[in-house]
Write a protein that binds this ligand. Sequence first.
Ligand code: G3P
Length: 218
Amino acid sequence: MKFFIDTANINQIAEAKDLGILDGVTTNPSLMAKEGISGEKEILAHYKKIADLVDGDVSAEVIATDFKTMVEEGLRLADIAENIVVKIPMTKDGIKAISFFAEEGINTNCTLVFSAGQAILAAKAGATYLSPFVGRVDDINWDGIALIKEIVKIYSIQGYMTEILAASIRTPLHIVQAAKAGADVVTCPLNSILGLFNHPLTDIGLAKFLEDHQKLNK
Ligand code: G3P
């Protein structure tokens, strides 16, 4: 399973990259706004900064909601760097745009996915990645990981090539569950990735090793 970080924050991306486990980055308009990035020139420059920082794919989301403008915007995003993936919402115009980009050989990430039916549409359109939102499904007391499992099963039966990118990850447990469910990629906030390190027995064990060493090597 590939690890992507879900942020537009350069420092957090760099911290995850330094661990040597980072395979890519996903952003969305809310994450870009959180960094105070506004205006087309500044937005494109920030995506370039992220794309230059990492080797893996970087998802940059269109703002347009109509096909024609989605295509125009997506082409500008794809021009930024080889590793830019055009992120497009699960709508009729979005699926039409994904189909267009698939024909053009431009990678896409179909986002705001909440059902197996939507997942089938995205695969049929030729999306490179599919982003089912695990956390937001959990937020309404449904089962986000069950959605990942359902999509994994359908994609396997049908031989769809779209990569399942578990998104809206909120906890380290979500990462483990997404791996068990067979997700191809998980995109997480930095704190969920760092949370994977935490176990009290590791801390206790390391302290004991050092204590025993110190006793003989004062
Ligand atoms: O970027 C898409 C997704 O990861 C958003 O997550 O936590 O805002 O539901 P969240």
